[in-house]
Write a new protein. Structure first.
Length: 233
């Protein structure tokens, strides 16, 4: 997907970019490739692939929630900034926290934020479950992209949501993960919908699992990662 195709495809998502935003994405790509020579940020480096599998894919979140609202968003396990940085460039109205446990990735993200002059976006270098434990019921939206199994990442993320907030993990194949979803009740949530679609050009499967928080989550959650891993919900 070249830049021109990218612009056309996201217009189908009702997203129209300014030249300034297009230039910011291009600068982001350049920084990503430059830093990737020093640290392992992504195995996807070919430009057309980045625009499809990172930039376009990140923006598909709009299929699940109106990102034009003034939402307080947390991107858990953001890695090289997907979807968080892309969302901030395209939807500057969002207030975003990027959480990642690897310091080198945070260094990269801070440089991107500074070089692109992004505001109302911060990075947190901490394990996700520790950060969320200290930020209960804070966010309107928590998302993550290809991070852990659903029962594990749900326990980590959902306590950080305000009541009526949304956790929307972005995943590829989910058939096995959604066979047993009773654990959602323990976290005072419900699955409102699952949006499945294909990426343009290559037709790989993507899923957005829309989970709404309907009540206070038990203060036991999230547990330490050792306990989550040993006894998943």
């Amino acid at each position: 997907m070249n830049k021109e195709d990218f612009v056309i495809e996201i217009e189908k998502l009702n997203i129209k970019l300014s030249e300034y935003q297009i230039n910011l994405l291009e600068k982001y790509y350049e920084l990503l490739i430059s830093w990737n020579k020093k640290i392992n940020l992504t195995r996807i480096t070919e430009k057309n692939e980045v625009y499809l599998k990172h930039f376009y894919d990140s923006l598909t979140l709009i299929k699940a929630i109106d990102l034009n609202k003034n939402l307080y968003v947390c991107d858990i396990g953001t890695g090289a900034g997907f979807p968080g940085i892309v969302l901030k460039i395209v939807f500057p109205n969002l207030k975003i926290v990027l959480v990642d446990s690897l310091g080198k990735r945070i260094e990269f993200l801070n440089e991107v934020i500074n070089k692109l002059n992004l505001t109302n976006i911060i990075t947190i270098n901490e394990r996700a479950e520790i950060y969320i434990k200290n930020n209960i019921e804070k966010f309107d939206l928590i998302t993550c992209r290809a991070v852990s199994k659903l029962n594990i990442i749900s326990e980590i993320c959902i306590p950080g949501l305000k009541i009526n907030g949304y956790f929307i993990p972005m995943k590829a194949q989910i058939d096995e993960e959604i066979k047993n979803i009773e654990f959602i009740n323990k976290l005072s949530c419900k699955i409102e919908n699952i949006i499945s679609f294909k990426l343009p050009k290559e037709n790989s499967t993507r899923n957005l699992i829309i989970i709404k928080k309907i009540g206070k989550t038990n203060i036991l959650y999230p547990r330490s990662f050792e306990k989550i891993k040993k006894r998943p919900l």
